[in-house]
Design a protein around this ligand. Structure first.
Ligand SMILES: [Zn+2]
Length: 410
């Protein structure tokens, strides 16, 4: 049995390495290298079209035109605002290849791209303009080399990946879209390094907590409960919660606000809290402990100021939930990505992140997030940069993943 398995995996290796020998595959890979500069120019054009989460329409219209230009079929912008384009394969079952339209910046951010030395700077230049440009490059390369894939490919430029978008683009695609029953696997191109394969989705829950009290003069009404003091008691409990290092589990009070002036008892306060874990069970446990901290913090403040006959009231709501999970390391899609990463000269590693892949993973649909090539850093900051160092290897790696995933031992 063990021997048989070894033999089968060796055969799978040969079958995949044989992909590299095919002249049409060489032709597609060479095309991506030869046209790298054009693809970079397109990435810059895309980055300059503003697309804050919930306001992706202008960039979506550009991608719609581009999907038509590269010859995708039945191009449409769906009800959620995602741009869809099809490339039929031998089977009707579709592998989705997606990149997100939105950037993690407020409306009005300056998206003008500037170059300094070897680096290009702009909010969203890598995250995810690189991914969007890579989608188009891959279609061009497949067409140039007349490659027919085994699965149908559905290319998607989706909305709502960042922040409070809460994955609404892919959530619609897999939950409500009329195409959902055809979609059997998913690749998101996000991030840059072709060595980093994200097969795990970090689960995320985000809460907004509002506290409301009687207010009053800091001296004259001393003894009434304060919304800010209650908020501080909540944070103090959360700040000392032990969490496991593995599976990685984290909490953060990212924003705290409240009060109006130094000599008034705060009437209002609010907290924005981000909870994450690689393991869905640990995330649920953390959520319970967090909600307990909220209850206890408010109860302590109220108990201390009981004599005043006034209380702090608390309301909390979940503002974002990204379900987590993992595509197993031995899944054919993960193995295809590992092989493709090696085949393009990288040492692949598997890891966790919070990306569009979270959603299909939580539904049991194989999904990975792969890098679009090049180097970059400072995503989500105004100093985000991208360096197109051998950047063609990103689309090459994704293209090889697509081909290896579909290939079967004869
Ligand atoms: Zn991204």
């Amino acid at each position: 049995m063990v021997l048989l398995l070894l033999l089968m995996s060796a055969l799978a290796c040969f079958a995949q390495d044989a992909i590299l020998q095919k002249p049409e595959v060489r032709k597609a890979l060479d095309y991506l290298k030869a046209h790298h500069e054009e693809h970079l120019d397109n990435q810059i054009r895309i980055a300059e079209i503003p697309a804050p989460t919930f306001q992706e329409a202008q960039r979506a219209r550009y991608m719609e035109k581009e999907f038509r230009r590269v010859g995708l079929k039945d191009v449409e912008i769906d009800k959620q605002g995602n741009v869809l384009g099809w490339r039929p394969g031998k089977s009707a079952k579709a592998l989705v290849i997606a990149a997100h339209l939105d950037i993690s910046f407020a409306p009005g951010v300056n998206t003008k791209v500037r170059k300094e030395g070897k680096r290009w700077f702009a909010p969203g230049i890598g995250d995810d303009s690189r991914g969007l440009a890579a989608l188009l490059a891959i279609v061009e390369a497949l067409n140039h080399a007349s490659i027919e894939t085994s699965k149908t490919l559905l290319f998607v430029a989706n909305v709502g990946e960042e922040g409070l978008g809460d994955l609404n683009g892919v959530r619609y695609l897999f939950g409500q879209s009329p195409h959902k029953s055809k979609l059997d696997s998913f690749i998101s191109i996000d991030g840059v390094s072709p060595a980093r394969i994200v097969n795990g989705g970090t689960g995320v829950k985000r809460y907004l907590v509002n506290l409301h009290g009687p207010g009053g003069h800091s001296y004259g009404n001393f003894g009434r409960p304060s919304a800010v003091h209650a908020a501080a008691l909540i944070v103090a409990k959360l700040a000392v919660l032990p969490v496991p290092a593995k599976p990685k589990t984290t909490y953060n009070v990212g924003k705290i606000s409240g009060g109006t002036t130094i000599n008034a008892i705060a009437e209002e306060a609010s907290l924005e809290v981000d909870l994450r874990s690689e393991d869905p069970g640990e995330l649920d446990k953390l959520e319970l402990k967090f909600l307990e901290s909220v209850r206890m913090g408010v109860a302590e403040e109220n108990a201390m100021r009981k004599a005043s006959g006034t209380v702090i009231k608390e309301e909390h709501k979940i503002v974002s939930h990204r379900p987590g999970g993992q595509t197993p390391a031995d899944n054919a899609l993960v193995r295809a990505a590992q092989w493709a990463s090696q085949a393009t000269g990288h040492k692949p590693s598997l890891g966790y992140s919070s990306t569009d892949s979270n959603l299909p993973i939580s539904l049991g649909i194989p999904a990975v997030t792969l890098g679009g090539g090049g180097k970059g850093n400072n995503a989500h900051s105004l100093d985000e940069w991208f360096e197109p160092d051998e950047a063609w290897k990103g689309p090459q790696m994704v293209l090889l993943t697509i081909l290896a995933y579909g290939s079967r031992i004869p």
